[in-house]
Design a protein. Structure first.
Length: 314
């Protein structure tokens, strides 16, 4: 088991030159080799930043992804057409000068074919990260339940008549990725699952329930899917991250963990729960009493939504 007193969630802001390079390669104006060199430099800077901050656990900043969950759709055929809006839709609320921001869910996104993995999702990320740091490298993967966003009872029925069939294939691909990462030497893998706190908001809950599972089913069956991805592997620590949306100083929903604490805190197979607690939107610490003695709570007290770092008193 990893011993550390500070942890990092995963994502860091992409630098402007990397964002420009993504646009250039998408338009066919840059070679893959040139793009990878820029990507590598962005990862190098992200690692140095975390090391200089004194962190014993580091990620690559997720610099090689369009979104924290997009490596699935980038590496797996069958998801049809999609863009960044497939991952950032919703009503975002600004903090400290950041304006509110709204994106409609694209109506044309849908899984349209059987999922076929064209390449590994995060093997490249881990192998490069492993080689450029002596700290503990952590790799993040998305929770399978996040991809309900791509299933449509109407548009997906030829490939996956039911949501259960679709999510079973998502779980299979994610579990294969976990096993490959472990084979490559990964000892810390985190599953990102922000959709559970999103169930606290009536609007986002209505969307998830419209896919066919009620609130209680998401807490029970969703956890079963996550646990299938995190079947124990000797020497591998699993983390499980919950938040309420983070996007350039903005958030999606608010509410304490009370309604989801017992089924998730007690039911999830992860060794560590990385929990957003950076302001009053996250509620009180009382739900932590649901945490079993063999789990560790990593409290996300330092906010990503404000430019100033909180002092010790705060």
């Amino acid at each position: 088991m990893i011993a550390a007193h500070a942890d990092v969630v995963g994502s860091l802001l992409r630098p402007p030159e990397l964002l420009r390079a993504r646009s250039e390669i998408a338009a066919g104006r840059m070679t893959p080799a040139a793009f990878k060199a820029i990507e590598d430099k962005a990862v190098d800077r992200a690692v140095r930043l975390q090391e200089e901050a004194g962190l014993e656990v580091v990620t690559d900043g997720e610099m090689r992804r369009l979104s924290f969950q997009s490596q699935m759709t980038e590496a797996v055929a069958g998801f049809g057409s999609w863009d960044l809006d497939a991952f950032v839709w919703g009503e975002w609320h600004g903090v400290d000068g950041a304006e509110d921001w709204r994106r409609e869910r694209p109506h044309d996104i849908a899984v349209v074919g059987k999922l076929v993995r064209a390449r590994h999702l995060s093997a490249e990320e881990f192998v490069y990260l492993r080689a450029c740091t002596r700290r503990m490298p952590k790799v993040t993967l998305p929770s399978p339940g996040l991809f309900v966003n791509f299933w449509s009872a109407e548009k997906s029925r030829d490939a996956y008549p039911t949501l259960d069939e679709f999510l079973a294939d998502v779980v299979r691909i994610l579990r294969e990725e976990v096993e490959e990462l472990a084979r490559l030497g990964a000892t810390y893998i985190q599953i990102d699952a922000p959709h559970y706190p999103l169930l606290l908001d009536p609007k986002t809950r209505a969307f998830y329930e419209s896919r066919g599972w009620a609130f209680e089913e998401w807490l029970e069956r969703g956890v079963e899917l996550d646990n299938a991805v995190m079947e124990p592997i000797p020497g591998v620590t699993f983390g499980f991250h919950l938040c309420r949306g983070n996007q350039k100083g903005r958030w999606l929903v608010e509410g304490g963990y009370e309604a989801i604490a017992e089924p998730i805190f007690r039911g999830i197979r992860a060794h560590r729960l990385l929990l957003e607690y950076d302001d009053a939107r996250s509620g009180s610490f009382s739900p932590l009493t649901q945490l079993p003695d063999d789990r560790i709570a990593v409290l996300g007290l330092v906010s990503t939504k404000r430019p100033e770092t909180e002092d010790a008193e705060v």
